[in-house]
Design a protein around this ligand. Structure first.
Ligand SMILES: C[S@@+](CC[C@H](N)C(=O)[O-])C[C@H]1O[C@@H](n2cnc3c(N)ncnc32)[C@H](O)[C@@H]1O
Length: 505
């Protein structure tokens, strides 16, 4: 079924619509993940044709769950966006407990919902933040995670994690785990942390059907799930969650999900760069003592993605390339100085000097992929597009998994209005580096020019997510990336452009 007939394509479209109606997940009928998942479920359900499978899917809730488990993206890890967990532990939890204690002798209860929690890392991170806050002696905490992916929820309940779930860990959390299994690489969440949380299978689209109560929640986490939804579905879910948030509560969203509509009466707020949203009439917002600042989305951007002092002009066209450094491409330390010199010259349009630097370097290291990419970039800046293309192709021949040449080829095709080819090349460069936000941004822009607004929206969201990823990890990784010192500026500009486009769509 990978080569799809017209009939199969239209049935896949119906399946994709069915998934979207029932889960919110906006997955293209051409998505290879959808095709492979349907293929697998057809085999396992003994369906003789895709039409037969579609009928089973539409009539059997269990089949829907099985297909959903296969197609949904459950990527997550402990303390994802540490800044938000710090704000939770150090600011929000103490504030909420104190507020609830006022004027009553009863022990307060704090309700925290971790919506679309995937395999539970987020929910357990919340429990660990509660432990760290030391507030357990003063209040009862009810922490609930739910997700539509039943397989993920089983894993969450099990609480056993491989090193993958700890890959971006910045907080020292070893004390909350026990070593698990013979190879001693896996870890199991300590039983006292497990007892603090409960997990359920639940659908964001049908909160009223959750097996647990979800009203007046003090804290709601809903991060990195709505990015897979269309705007209308996102708004519907956010509006529904808003009615379940306590008037002094807080909502945590992923960076890519910050474009909240005004009518939800939520105010974006930050505490030491950890941002969250609170009802505009919340008591704390009128308290002069509060150390938090209420912010606009653009303010948040500045916090999340610091703007460099040398702010570049608005960048919307190919001529005003947003990134002079082809970031983020890994480099070998010993070539940085030569590379940086050449880059410095290119940025100042001193093309002869740049070329001399590059050529002299390539004499000793003819296969240096980064330098070859820079040469291609130099040619594009000079307007020698056929030379640029040839250099990209030569570089790809040496190593087809080099990110930059695919990206440059994409930009050239974009400039020449060959949008289909531009997209193919941007896709390839994203394949080489899944967090390459520039290619994601331009792919989105290309879709927008083609009038494919759904796809454009998805790409702009991915761009925001990737920028957030880079910003969050800049301390660890930036020095290994080309042009790291300019990174903040570029990312900030692209992020602003993305938000503008998303507002337009
Ligand atoms: C990328 S994970 C995010 C996990 C975690 N919140 C985080 O930020 O690390 C997205 C999760 O959203 C879940 N999800 C998507 N649509 C959902 C829905 N309609 N109801 C509940 N969960 C949903 C997926 O199953 C997946 O586990």
């Amino acid at each position: 079924m990978i080569t799809t007939t017209i009939n199969e394509l239209s049935t896949l479209q119906e399946i994709s619509n069915f998934l979207e109606t029932n889960s919110g997940l906006n997955i293209s009928s051409e998505d290879i993940n959808l095709k492979l998942s349907v293929q697998r479920r057809m085999k396992e359900s003994n369906s003789e044709s895709i039409d037969q499978y579609k009928s089973i899917l539409q009539s059997d809730t269990n089949e829907f769950k099985k297909l959903y488990d296969l197609v949904s993206t459950t990527e997550t890890y402990f303390f994802r966006d540490l800044r938000q967990f710090r704000a939770l532990e150090k600011f929000l939890l103490p504030e909420i407990v104190n507020m609830k204690k006022k004027g009553t002798t009863r022990r307060p209860k704090v309700t925290i919902m971790s919506c679309a929690c995937s395999t539970g890392e987020e929910t357990y991170s919340i429990a660990m933040a509660v432990k760290r806050s030391g507030l357990e002696s003063m209040a009862d905490f009810e922490i609930t995670g739910f997700d539509l992916n039943s397989f993920a929820i089983e894993k969450a309940k099990e609480g056993i994690y491989t090193p993958h779930s700890f890959r971006e860990r910045k907080a020292s959390i070893d004390e909350y785990f026990e070593v698990h299994g013979e190879n001693r690489k896996n870890k199991m969440v300590r039983s006292d942390i497990k007892r603090m949380v409960s997990f359920h299978v639940g659908n964001l689209k049908h909160l009223e059907q959750l097996p647990c109560e979800f009203i007046n929640a003090d804290i709601i986490f809903l991060r990195n799930a709505l990015i897979y939804f269309k705007k209308s579905a996102r708004l519907e879910i956010l509006a529904n969650l808003r009615t379940r948030l306590d008037s002094n509560g807080a909502l945590f969203l992923g960076v890519a999900e910050m474009c909240l509509p005004d009518h939800l009466n939520l105010q974006s707020t930050e505490w030491n760069s950890g941002f969250f949203f609170r009802p505009t009439n919340a008591t704390h917002l009128v308290s002069k003592k509060s150390k938090v600042t209420t912010t606009t989305i653009k303010d948040i951007l500045k916090l999340v993605v610091p703007e460099a002092s040398t702010v570049s002009k608005e960048l919307t066209t190919f001529e005003k390339l947003p990134d002079k450094k082809l970031t983020p491409v890994k480099v070998h330390k010993q070539v940085i100085s030569s590379y940086d010199k050449a880059l410095w010259h290119i940025e100042r349009k001193l093309f002869d000097e740049a070329k001399a630097e590059i050529v002299s370097h390539l004499k000793n290291a003819p296969h240096d992929l980064q330098m070859l990419s820079l040469l291609a970039y130099l040619y594009t800046e000079q307007g020698s597009l056929s030379l640029a293309k040839k250099t990209c192709q030569d570089t790809i021949q040496i190593d087809s998994l080099t990110t930059a040449p695919h990206y440059i080829l994409g930009l050239i095709e974009f400039k020449e209005k060959n949008y289909t080819d531009a997209i193919i090349n941007f896709k390839k460069s994203i394949y080489c580096d899944e967090y390459f936000y520039l290619a994601q941004y331009y792919q989105g822009l290309t879709y927008q020019l083609q009038g494919k607004h759904d796809k454009a929206q998805k790409l702009f969201m991915n761009t925001l997510e990737s920028i957030d990823y880079h910003c969050e990890h800049s301390n660890d990784n930036c020095e290994h990336y080309m042009g790291a010192s300019f990174f903040g500026n570029t990312a900030h500009t692209i992020m602003t452009l993305c938000l503008d486009h998303l507002e337009d769509i």
